[in-house]
Ligand binder design. Structure first.
Ligand SMILES: Nc1ncnc2c1ncn2[C@@H]1O[C@H](COP(=O)(O)OP(=O)(O)O)[C@@H](O)[C@H]1O
Ligand SMILES: [Mg+2]
Length: 384
């Protein structure tokens, strides 16, 4: 009887049918800020289970709700120990609610910075989780396209908690290995050169981003932090000459550097694949050094952790967001993926990147890319 009345009320309030399920969840603290909403810890009343609910405002989608439906469609079929599971989803007339298993261990760098020490061997353990999740996705012809530290979270707070990949907001299923995606996407600082140059892209973009994550994990700053100007940044990304500053890279194994060079090959065809990464001697062997990297990682990471930078970054992110929304009509028209890509990097895109890089330039020593903010996470994705 009560449910019949509730159903009638939802109908009168013009709520979608699935809105009925919202009553089972009570909403708690914010776990992370997303590009289109936020992720909140919630409790599923029937069994008291704690979950994470990604709340996405429909108004922020600029009329294109397929973005969320694609995310749901991809993530609900994924079953891997290093990928967050979608448990349920429902919608109201204003919002989508995606219910995920709750990961309580915090984001990648948050947790690293809380450790007593951190060696190459520790880094390998974490990175293997990342490469395994990516290898699984690529085997299933899915490209994540937004690999970055904020999208890796630890399942729990235990010492050896697995690292989990989240956020399939801009992931795509490829119809074949040869399909070429063309949307401008990803996060500044992690996006592969072929994305910025709009040359068409595929699975290899995840390997590039993961290479940046691997580099940053070992030293606390991004490999391209020095290049403030778009042209020199692009040249650096295309040079195949990754600079390992001896101040921070002394004692780090040659095997690690080789691994990073193979991840950051500018030509996507020369880049190693996820399966090759998992077979690389650095990830499999005992070539890692035992030097404690934590002091340098924290030093370089903290170099950017000032309020001023957080504010500047938010401004840059807002510009990126505007950019993505203005391009969303083109990007999500359905036929744009795989259509003839725009070959040149647009001024608007590169200018946005430029200003962000300039901000990074102002304060030595080398900065690390992700910025602190609410819950240590500021959204920085171009959601096409
Ligand atoms: N399952 C989860 N458990 C705990 N925290 C999560 C979970 N999913 C996401 N988060 C937190 O919320 C943030 C934003 O979520 P994400 O899915 O990446 O949204 P967006 O697409 O907006 O970036 C993440 O960076 C992470 O800090
Ligand atoms: Mg995210």
């Amino acid at each position: 009887m009560a449910s019949a009345i509730r159903g009638m009320w939802h109908h009168l309030a013009q709520q979608p049918a699935s809105y009925e399920r919202k009553q089972y969840y009570s909403f708690g603290r914010v776990l992370g800020a997303g590009t289109f909403g936020e992720v909140r810890e919630s409790v599923f009343a029937p069994d008291g289970r704690h979950v994470a609910i990604k709340v996405i405002k429909k108004s922020s989608l600029n009329g294109d709700e397929t973005l969320v439906l694609k995310e749901i469609d991809i993530v609900r079929h994924l079953h891997h120990r290093n990928i967050v599971k979608l448990l349920d989803w429902f919608e109201s007339k204003d919002k989508y609610y995606l219910v995920f298993e709750l990961c309580t261990g915090g984001e990648l760098f948050e947790k690293i910075s809380q450790r007593g020490h951190f060696t190459e061997t520790d880094a390998i353990k974490l990175l293997r989780c990342g490469y395994e999740s990516i290898a699984y996705l690529h085997e299933h012809n899915i490209v994540h396209r937004d690999i970055k530290p904020e999208n890796f979270i630890f399942r729990d707070r235990s010492e050896d908690a697995p690292l989990m990949l989240a956020d399939f907001g801009i992931a795509r299923i490829m119809r074949s290995d040869d399909e070429v995606l063309s949307t401008m996407c990803g996060s500044f600082g992690y996006a592969a050169p072929e994305i910025l140059l709009r040359q068409g892209h595929g699975k290899a973009v995840d390997i590039w981003s993961m290479g940046v994550v691997a580099f940053s994990t070992l030293c606390g700053y991004s490999p391209f932090w020095r290049f403030e100007e778009p042209r020199s940044l692009m040249l650096a990304m295309q040079s195949n000459n990754i600079e390992f500053d001896e101040r921070y890279w002394w004692g780090i194994s040659e095997s690690a550097k080789d691994f990073i060079r193979l991840s950051l090959r500018s030509d996507p065809n020369e880049r190693m694949t996820a399966a090759e990464a998992l077979q690389h001697p650095w990830l499999t062997g005992d070539t890692a050094s035992t030097r404690d990297l934590l002091p340098d990682v924290i030093h370089n990471f903290n170099a950017r952790a000032t309020l001023r930078r957080a504010v500047l970054k938010i401004q840059a992110v807002n510009r990126l967001r505007k950019l993505s929304l203005t391009s969303s009509g083109r990007s999500n028209s359905g036929s744009s993926e795989g259509s003839e890509p725009d070959k040149s990097p647009s001024n608007a895109d590169m200018e946005t990147g430029h200003s962000e890089q300039q901000q990074q330039q102002q304060q030595p020593p080398p900065p690390y890319s992700p910025e602190p903010g609410a819950n240590g996470n500021i959204p920085g994705s171009w959601k096409p």
